[in-house]
Design a protein around this ligand. Sequence first.
Ligand code: HEC
Length: 128
Amino acid sequence: MRAILSSLVLLLPFLSQPAAAQDASAGERSFAKCRACHQIGEGARNLVGPELNGLIGRHSGAVEGYSYSAANKNSGLTWDEATFAEYIKDPRTKIPGTKMIFAGIKSEKEIKDLTAFLKQFDKDGKKS
Ligand code: HEC
């Protein structure tokens, strides 16, 4: 009985914590899906896709030295949170003709977490 009680006491602080709306560390795990093609952080380079530093607030097709598709370059989008959420859910619907081959992320929660992770990096890849 004692043991049960003390383990309850240990668990309580975790149970009473409200679920975070945006969880950057969960977002970092989700970013594993992007790493094959994208880098982020200090010294990030363009790979198959452009580096993603300072993404939220950035204009589409704006990374110097990266060869975008015409579809992306001419899409006229600014990557705010809502636009990014629509895009990452289904890239080829948001930008028909994009050369990003990615099925998309359907979970709203995962998209929020991923956004929280991406938002940490300023345009120089420094974490704020
Ligand atoms: C298989 C490779 C691949 C994967 C995986 C991938 N991307 Fe991309 N991504 C690209 C390519 C290629 C482009 C350039 C698209 C174009 O020019 O049409 C791109 C473009 C983008 C853009 C537009 C950038 C800009 O400067 O306009 C964003 C945002 C983006 N990707 C985010 C992501 C995120 C977040 C993930 C993971 C959830 C991801 N991508 C997964 C290849 C990939």
